[in-house]
Design a protein around this ligand. Structure first.
Ligand code: DGY
Length: 421
C-alpha cells in the first residue's frame, strides 16, 4: 500500500468516533490536546468534516474557566498512568488538570481558509469564541503579572516532557513517592526511549500537588513548584494569537480581534527580550527564580514559526539551525547535537518529531527560507519512507522510536507529502 494510503489507514484505525488516539497500542488511550489538533490537519487532507469534529470534541472538554486540558479521557484508560482516577480533575473528572501548547487556533484558521463548504465554515465559526476563551485563560492564569510571557506549571504542558531545558527546574521539585511500579508507558515503548524514573517521580508528585490545590487557576501559578516561561510554548502561542486575530476579524468580531492584538503585542515584545545576544539563540526562563534557561533546544528555534521577520532580525538563529542539520542525517533534532544532554533516542532530548518539523517548514517559508524548509520537508518524508509512522525518530540513524502507528506522524506525512513547494 502506498504511504499516503497507509497514513489515512492509521488515522482511521486510531479513530474512536470523533477523536483520534495518538496511537492504538495502549500507550496513549485518550484524546491528547495537541496530538488531536495536529491530527485534524491530517484528517483535513481527505475528510474535512472529520477534521472539524476532532476540534469540536476537544473543545467539548474545555473547562468553564477556558482551559482546554491536555488529556480528555473518553473511554477505558486503564492502560495509562496517570489516568482520570489519579488526576481527579475538572468538572467531569474525566480530564487532566493542565494544558498543552495552544495550537488549536492555528489549525482552525488553516481549516477555515482551506474549506469551500459553508457548513464546515459555520462549524469552525462556532469554535472561534471558545478559542478566544482559551487564550484569555492562558494569559490570565499563566501570566498574572502581564509580562507578555505565559508560564507552564508542569513539563507535560510544554508537550516536550523530558527536554533538557526542564532538568534544573524539575530537579528542584521534590521527587515524592517512587512511581516506577505504577508506570505503564514502558510496557508499550522501550524504557531507553522514554523519560527516566526520577523524572517520572517528579511528574507525578507535581500532579499530586496541583490536585491538592484543585487545579485552581487563581492559585496554581503561585504555588506550583515548577514554573517556567518556555520559549517554545510562547512562540506557539504567539503564532496562534496571530491566527486567532485573523479568525476573529474574519467572523466579524472586531473587539475580540483587538483584544488578541494586544496579547500579540505584549508577547512579541517579551519574546524579543528572550534573545541572548552572546549565544545567538532564544531562551526561556524559570519564572520562580528569574533564571535564564541557557540550553539550546528546538524550543529556541520556534520563534521562526511565530514571526515572519525573525530570520531577517536574527540571521544567527538560522545559522544555528543549519549547523544542527549539518551534524545529523535527518533534521531537525529536538536538542543541539554534540551537547552532553543530547540523547538521540530519548523522547525530547534529541529525536526528530514531525510535528515540530511541520512548524519549522511553515515558519522557514514565511521567513523566506524556502531551501531550508525543503531540506526539513525532505528529511521528514524520508524518515517515514525509511522507518514508518513512528512517534519520533533518531536523527543520526533514522531509527523509529517510541510508539508505532502514530496519528500525528501520519497526519504530518499527509500534509508534507501534499505540499508541492
Ligand atoms: C505521556 O504520558 O508521556 C505524555 O507525554 C504526557 O502528556
Amino acid at each position: 500500500m502506498e504511504l499516503k494510503q497507509q497514513a489515512i489507514e492509521i488515522l482511521r484505525g486510531n479513530d474512536r468516533g470523533g477523536y483520534t488516539l495518538p496511537n492504538a497500542t495502549g500507550l496513549y488511550p485518550a484524546q491528547w490536546n495537541w496530538d488531536s489538533c495536529l491530527a485534524a490537519l491530517g484528517w483535513a487532507q481527505f475528510d474535512e468534516s472529520r477534521a472539524v469534529a476532532e476540534i469540536e470534541m476537544l473543545f467539548g472538554g474545555q473547562w468553564p474557566d477556558g482551559m482546554v486540558p491536555h488529556i480528555l479521557f473518553h473511554g477505558d484508560d486503564s492502560s495509562y498512568f496517570p489516568n482520570a482516577s489519579v488526576w481527579q480533575a475538572g468538572p467531569t473528572g474525566r480530564s487532566s488538570g493542565i494544558t498543552q501548547p495552544l495550537v488549536a487556533a492555528t489549525i482552525v484558521r488553516h481549516l477555515f481558509e482551506h474549506t469551500s463548504d459553508p457548513s464546515i465554515r459555520a462549524r469552525l465559526t462556532a469554535l472561534v469564541p471558545k478559542l478566544l476563551a482559551s487564550h484569555r485563560w492562558c494569559y490570565s492564569a499563566r501570566d498574572p503579572h502581564a509580562s507578555g510571557l505565559v508560564s507552564i506549571i508542569h513539563p507535560w504542558e510544554s508537550g516536550m516532557d523530558n527536554s533538557p531545558l526542564w532538568d534544573d527546574a524539575l530537579n528542584a521539585v521534590e521527587p515524592g513517592r517512587p512511581v516506577a511500579h505504577l508506570r505503564k508507558d514502558i510496557g508499550f515503548a522501550a524504557a531507553e526511549h522514554r523519560p527516566t524514573g526520577p523524572q517520572y517521580d517528579r511528574y507525578i508528585n507535581l500532579v499530586i500537588k496541583l490536585r491538592h490545590d484543585g487545579y485552581r487557576p487563581d492559585r496554581v501559578y503561585d504555588v506550583a513548584p515548577f514554573r517556567v516561561a518556555d520559549i517554545g510554548f510562547n512562540a506557539i502561542l504567539q503564532r496562534a494569537n496571530q491566527d486567532l486575530r485573523l479568525l476573529l476579524a474574519a467572523v466579524g468580531d472586531g473587539a475580540g480581534a483587538g483584544e488578541v492584538a494586544a496579547m500579540e503585542k505584549s508577547t512579541a515584545a517579551a519574546i524579543a527580550q528572550c534573545w541572548h545576544e552572546e549565544d545567538g539563540f532564544f531562551y526561556g526562563l524559570e519564572t520562580r527564580t528569574g533564571a535564564t534557561i541557557r540550553k539550546p533546544g528546538i524550543q529556541g528555534l520556534l520563534p521562526l514559526f511565530a514571526d515572519a521577520g525573525m530570520a531577517t532580525r536574527h540571521p544567527r538563529l538560522v545559522e544555528r539551525l543549519e549547523s544542527w542539520l549539518a551534524r545529523v542525517a535527518y533534521g531537525a533534532p529536538s536538542f543541539e547535537p554534540g551537547r552532553p544532554e543530547f540523547e538521540p533516542q530519548r523522547y525530547w532530548r534529541g529525536p526528530v518529531w514531525l510535528i515540530v518539523n511541520w512548524m519549522l517548514v511553515d515558519g522557514l517559508r514565511h521567513n523566506g527560507l524556502a531551501d531550508l524548509a525543503r531540506r526539513i520537508r525532505r528529511d521528514s518524508l524520508a524518515l517515514v519512507e525509511r522507518a514508518g509512522f513512528a512517534e519520533y525518530f533518531n536523527p543520526l540513524t533514522g531509527e523509529p522510536l517510541g510508539g508505532s502507528g502514530f496519528s500525528w506522524t501520519a497526519a504530518m506525512y499527509l500534509v508534507l507529502a501534499a505540499d508541492t513547494e
